[in-house]
Design a protein around this ligand. Structure first.
Ligand SMILES: Cc1ncc(COP(=O)(O)O)c(C=O)c1O
Length: 413
C-alpha cells in the first residue's frame, strides 16, 4: 500500500473535535484510545442523528400510513441506499441489515449453508479468522457431516497463497476469509483470492469487519458473493451491520428467521415470503442503529476513506518503528499489507499486565486472544497486546504508547 505523506485537507486535530469522548480524562489522564479494532468512537454527527431519530422521527417502519411511520421508513430505506453506495452493491435488494458481522455470517451459514452444503462436502476458511468466521462454519460442518479446511498462515502473518490454492483443488462449496485480520492486521489480497475460489467453483464470503473501516470496499470489483461488516467498527452504533449478498444467491436462499415483516402472507397452510431484502429482516429492526450507521458512513465518506487510509498507514509505520526500538518487544504479524493494527508481546510480561499498567496512564489497548485463539496457538502465544489506530489517532498518541511501554519495562525489569 502506498503511503501519502500527508493527505490533502486531512486535519486530525480538527477531526478529533468531532468525537466528544476523546476529550474526557481517564484515571485522571488524557484518554489515549488505541482499541479501535474492538470498536471505534462515535462522531457527534452519529450521536446527533440517533437523538434526532428519537426526538422527531421514532415510529415502526414498513407498517403505518401515518406521518411518523413514513418518515422512519424513508430514513431506514435511505440508509440502505447509503450502505449500497458505500460498498458499491448493484441494488438495495443486496443489502440486508443484521446485528453485525457475526449475525451476517450466521445468516449465510444457516440459510445458504443449510441448503447448499451436504455430507462429504468441504468448506474452506483460513487460519487468521476471528471466531465469528470460524465457529458458524464449524456448526454447519458438524450439522451436515462436512469437512472444514483451513488455509495456513506464514510466520509473517500472511496467508500462504500456494497452500490456499492447493486447498481449492479440493473443491470447497464455499470459501470464507477476512478482508483484514483484527488480531494481526494482515490485509488479504481479496480480489485475487475471490477469483481463485470462483475458478474452483466455490462461493465466496468475505468478513469485512476490519475491511470497511480502513479501505475502499467495492464488492463488484472484488467480485465476492457475500460481504459482511459491522457498524461499530466504522464509527457507527453497536448492534447493527450489514450483509451484502449477490441478488441471485439471496433470492434462492430460504429465510434465516421467521416473524413479522419477512412475509407476504401467512396462513396455517402456507406462508409466502417477502421480496428481497425483507425476506431476511424478520421482526422490528434496529431502526436507530440503521440511521446511525448511515450517518457514520456519511461522516466517513465526508472525511474520505482514502484520507483515512493514508493517515492510518502513516501512523502504523511510525508506531511500528518506534515499538521496535523497545527491548523485548516481539511484533506478531508483519505482513507487507497491513491495516493499522499492531499485535505484540513483551518478553517476561503477561499481556494482561501490559494492559493494566497502560490503563493507569489513560491508554486503552486490548490484551487477550482477540477472538482468534487458533491464531494465537499458531504463533505460540497465549495472548498479545494490540494497539489499533483509527482516523483520529495521532503520532503523539503513538509516542504515549511507547512511553507507557517503557514504564512497563521499568516495572518488570
Ligand atoms: C475480523 C472480525 N470479524 C468479525 C468480528 C465480529 O464482529 P461483531 O462482533 O461486530 O459481529 C470482528 C470483531 O472484532 C472482527 O474484528
Amino acid at each position: 500500500m502506498t503511503i501519502a505523506a500527508h493527505a490533502i485537507g486531512f486535519d486530525v486535530q480538527r477531526l478529533r473535535r468531532d468525537f466528544p469522548i476523546l476529550h474526557r480524562t481517564v484515571r485522571g489522564r488524557k484518554l489515549v484510545y488505541l482499541d479501535n479494532a474492538a470498536t471505534t468512537q462515535k462522531p457527534q454527527a452519529v450521536i446527533d442523528r440517533i437523538v434526532r431519530y428519537y426526538t422527531e422521527e421514532n415510529s415502526n417502519v414498513h407498517r403505518g400510513v401515518h406521518f411518523l411511520s413514513e418518515i422512519a421508513t424513508a430514513a431506514y430505506e435511505g440508509a440502505r441506499t447509503t450502505v449500497k453506495r458505500f460498498i458499491n452493491a448493484r441494488s438495495e435488494k443486496e443489502i440486508v441489515f443484521t446485528r453485525g458481522t457475526t449475525e451476517a455470517i450466521n445468516l449465510v451459514t444457516s440459510s445458504w449453508g443449510g441448503r447448499n452444503v451436504a455430507a462429504g462436502d468441504c468448506v474452506l476458511i483460513t487460519a487468521i479468522e476471528h471466531h465469528s468466521n470460524i465457529v458458524p462454519w464449524q456448526l454447519l460442518c458438524e450439522a451436515k457431516g462436512a469437512q472444514l479446511l483451513v488455509a495456513p498462515v506464514a510466520d509473517n502473518g500472511e496467508l500462504i497463497q500456494d497452500e490456499y490454492r492447493k486447498l481449492l483443488e479440493r473443491h470447497p462449496k464455499i470459501v470464507a476469509f477476512g478482508h483484514a485480520s483484527n488480531a494481526l492486521g494482515t490485509i488479504n489480497p481479496v480480489k485475487a483470492m475471490t477469483q481463485a475460489a470462483h475458478d474452483a467453483g466455490a462461493v465466496v464470503l468475505i468478513d469485512g469487519a476490519q475491511g470497511v473501516p480502513h479501505s475502499i470496499v467495492d464488492v463488484q470489483d472484488i467480485g465476492c458473493d457475500f460481504y459482511a461488516f459491522s457498524g461499530h467498527k466504522v464509527y457507527g452504533p453497536t448492534g447493527i451491520g450489514a450483509l451484502y449478498g449477490r441478488e441471485a444467491l439471496l433470492e434462492a436462499m430460504p429465510p434465516y428467521q421467521g416473524g413479522g415483516d419477512m412475509i407476504l402472507s401467512v396462513s396455517f397452510e402456507k406462508t409466502t415470503y417477502n421480496a428481497l431484502p425483507y425476506k431476511f429482516e424478520a421482526g422490528t429492526p434496529n431502526i436507530e442503529g440503521v440511521v446511525g450507521l448511515a450517518a457514520a458512513l456519511d461522516y466517513v465518506g465526508g472525511v474520505g476513506i482514502e484520507n483515512i487510509t493514508a493517515h492510518e498507514q502513516e501512523l502504523l509505520h511510525y508506531a511500528t518503528e518506534r515499538l521496535q526500538e523497545l527491548d523485548g518487544v516481539r511484533l506478531i504479524g508483519i505482513a507487507r499489507e497491513k491495516a493499522s493494527v499492531i499485535s505484540f508481546t513483551l518478553e517476561g510480561v503477561h499481556p494482561h499486565d501490559i494492559g493494566t499498567i497502560l490503563d493507569q496512564e489513560g491508554i486503552a489497548i486490548r490484551t487477550g486472544h482477540h477472538c482468534a485463539q487458533p491464531l494465537m496457538m499458531r504463533f505460540n502465544v497465549p495472548a498479545t497486546g494490540r494497539a489499533s489506530f483509527g482516523m483520529y489517532n495521532t503520532k503523539d498518541e503513538a509516542d504515549a504508547l511507547v512511553a507507557g511501554l517503557q514504564r512497563v519495562i521499568e516495572v518488570f525489569g
